[in-house]
Design a protein around this ligand. Sequence first.
Ligand code: AHM
Ligand code: MG
Length: 338
Amino acid sequence: MPTTRRISLTQYLVEQQREHGRIPGELRLLIEVVARACKRIAIAVNKGALGDVLGSTEQSNVQGEIVKKLDLIANEVLIEANEWGGHLAAMASEEMDSIHVVPNRYPQGEYLLLFDPLDGSSNIDVNVSIGTIFSVLRKVGHARGVSEEDFLQPGRQQAAAGYCVYGPQTTLVLTLGNGVAMFTLDRETGSWVLTAQGVQVPEDTKEFAINMSNLRHWDMPVRRYIDECLQGKEGPRGKDFNMRWVASMVADVHRILTRGGIFMYPWDKREPDKPGKLRLLYEANPMAFIVEQAGGAATNGRERILDLQPRKLHERVSVVLGSRNEVERVTAYHRDAA
Ligand code: AHM
Ligand code: MG
């Protein structure tokens, strides 16, 4: 539902706190700090070649992927912005081998922040939408200190999740477990303005997003689903489908939140031991939380993503998310095959 009154992110958070009592002060600070960091990242992204931010570094990350300059910049901006506020115990990032505990010189809070600092890295240099994805957990238990195990909580325990898409507009999408709101960055005033709330993903769709070049590597249920879509009106679905693949999960999910669709990054047999390409803690969990909060669904083909028990920080997972009826269909095809 688009909104007409001009409401800033701060005002939205204060109102949520008042009306629903669901945002402790520390969580509010955390969201505001992440949003401010996203603004800084947006500025760097916009500078492009003028800011010498394009291209790769000489490093590769824990997943063996080449790290782009902007991956590193975004990672540093998020760490620097978040470590001193007293709201966090530790952070985990797709770009760091292990967790980053808040240094002793700062007070430690009770939240854990997880992020993919710059999602869609392959699109940075070609000026296509990219983004930042984040997830917030509460540190459970009262043990002193913080360890990797504290991060291994199922996604349903997230206190908040969101993403920022750096595209033609800079948009921050947020859930606190109470529906989904979108904020657009007003570059003239530098503030995040609420531009949609109560976002709903349509239950049905005629649009799918998958990297078709991997078709020959997929499992039968995914092949069956896509094959039926491709048969269009003449096939069992009785309707024509459209395909979109931005190769930035943030942009593909944003389209789905805006007009429906299904997004899949399934397991494939190139690397049979890896459950998929995307990461459970930094990508799948926050996106699944947002999509479910908007009335959509998210599974790994078999189980609800938010119910998966993570076993390690950089765990990967198959992802099927978006319009509820389509996600249920793909999940049913996996059940049939089993
Ligand atoms: P990244 O976090 O290193 O950018 O990788 C994740 C991205 C997703 O945004 C996107 O859905 C996928 O990788 C694209 O993969 P492909 O290169 O197969 O199109
Ligand atoms: Mg990513």
